[in-house]
Design a protein around this ligand. Structure first.
Ligand SMILES: [Zn+2]
Length: 472
């Protein structure tokens, strides 16, 4: 398991920065070219590999046009092809769901999954059609990155204890020396990202080299529910990451206010431009509507949320050898358009960060992460299994006559899902609802219920309130 580390440049001279920006811009053209050629069904789909693209460009002399050093564009081709492959993998997730919906025959499913995995889907009309549908033609949007191979840079500590990273420039033997804010030497392949006058040096290290890998996990089996006010609530009733709600609310309020002000400034600039005062419009654009500070603040907010979330996950893993959580691979394939709603966007990003934290902390500390189908876990009572109602952070079960703390109730339900014989990870949510209803009805009549629609009608007749349930 690899984890990404980032080193930052400190006090980098603007001339050097500009030279790196120019190099990244030219390499961005290389990326665009790769996406243009290979970012579709015909490209990677036909099994084209980065080495073949390189050889082809070397043969027809295309590489000369980019005006960058050979190692730089070759690494960029490799990196862009890896991006395209990742893009394809994301589309495959969608196609797998389509396969599950299409057939219930295990042999047929297996055949299609294998064809997808080994990239032999082109000959299957259904798979090819689905991939075309879900694999939107991608475009390169990366114009600010330089990938440097491990043997193409060096790092030296100077007399004053400062670490200097030396990377290739635009011309042979004209290296660029970047002062770093850390004394830890980056290793392996580097990704330099140029943002706001500063160079971010991204590199990967082995998680086993990290200190936290020596902190062992606990022994219990614990279910967790992901939330907004707290990052996680566990099935023991304990909340973790309790400052998450404040962080998100504060950020949401700040963004709303700032976006309102930016919109006002933008309209002033537009009006000025319409009246012919282009100098004023330009001034506002340059001085008041920039992105450097905005992006930096966004990055800082994300770092704070990550810290809160990782701390929460570590607390859970302190107790647990097995963590049971909602499966999030499905909800984060970009299925839902979140639009401009700031709250939902922040919440979605946070949920993704929580999923990532659960995965990486579990791997590092040796606990098992068990994903379960979380459908209706926040709407049913963990004691009797019946549907109940939500009111704020409370869950009330009319059948037991008990009010639970909603997140704790959900976490216990999630814990129980791990041992559920009928509800598998990919059971559709309508089916889950049916199973849950059948169980409680069977419980009441002490008889196995065969006709489910009759059972539903009976249930509705007996409990008119139950049809008015809040959706999760
Ligand atoms: Zn109950």
């Amino acid at each position: 398991m690899k984890v990404t580390r980032i080193a930052y440049s400190m006090g980098l001279n603007p001339g050097k920065y500009a030279a790196l920006v120019e190099q990244a811009r030219r390499l961005g053209q290389v990326r665009s070219e790769v996406w243009q050629r290979c970012g579709s069904i015909g490209g990677v789909g036909s099994g084209l590999r980065d080495r073949q693209v390189r050889d082809r460009w070397l043969a027809d002399g295309k590489h000369v046009r980019f005006c960058v050093l050979a190692n730089a564009w070759k690494e960029t081709v490799r990196d862009a092809m890896a991006d395209i492959a990742a893009n394809l993998e994301a589309a495959k997730v969608e196609v797998r769901w389509a396969v599950l919906r299409r057939t219930s025959d295990p042999v047929e499913r297996k055949r299609m999954f294998t064809a997808l995995k080994t990239d032999r889907w082109a000959s299957d009309p259904f798979l090819a059609r689905q991939l075309r549908k879900h694999w939107k033609r991608g475009h390169n949007r990366t114009h600010d990155q330089i990938v440097v191979r491990a043997d193409n840079y060096n790092a030296v500590v100077d007399g004053r204890g400062r670490l200097w990273l030396t990377v290739p420039g635009l011309e042979r033997r004209k290296m660029v020396r970047i002062p770093l804010s850390t004394t830890v030497t980056p290793t392996g392949t580097l990704r330099l990202i140029l943002r706001g006058g500063r160079v971010e040096v991204h590199y990967q290290i082995d998680a086993s080299r990290m200190r936290s890998s020596q902190r062992p996990c606990g022994e219990a089996t614990i279910g967790v529910d992901k939330g907004y006010t707290e990052a996680l609530t566990d099935s023991d009733g304990q909340p973790h990451g309790v400052h998450l709600g404040e962080l998100l609310t504060a950020e949401s309020d700040r963004l709303k206010e700032r976006n309102r002000r930016r919109a006002k400034l933008r309209s002033i600039a537009n009006n000025a431009a319409q009246r012919g005062n282009h100098a004023k419009a330009q001034r506002i654009k340059a001085n008041n509507l920039g992105t450097v500070k905005r992006d930096r603040q966004a990055a800082r907010h994300r770092a704070r949320v990550r810290t809160e979330v990782f701390t929460a996950v570590h607390e859970v893993v302190d107790k647990a050898a097995t963590v049971i959580a909602e499966d999030l691979t499905r909800t984060f394939a970009g299925r839902k358009k979140l639009g401009k709603n700031i709250n939902r966007r922040l919440a979605a990003w946070t949920k993704g960060a929580t999923a990532e934290a659960l995965k990486s902390v579990s791997e590092r500390r040796g606990s098992a992460l068990v994903p379960v189908n979380a459908a209706y876990t926040s709407q049913t009572c963990h004691r009797c299994g019946r549907f109940g109602g939500r009111s704020g952070d409370r869950f009330y079960c009319t059948s037991c006559g008990v009010v639970w703390q909603a997140d704790v109730n959900a976490a216990i339900n999630i814990l129980q899902r791990a041992g559920d014989p009928d509800i598998a990870l990919h059971t559709p949510h309508q089916r889950v609802k049916q199973i849950l209803q059948d169980r409680t009805d069977r419980h009441r009549t002490r008889l196995p219920v065969q006709d489910s629609s009759a059972a539903t009608a009976e249930r509705r007749a007996n409990h008119p309130n139950h049809s008015a349930l809040s959706k999760k």
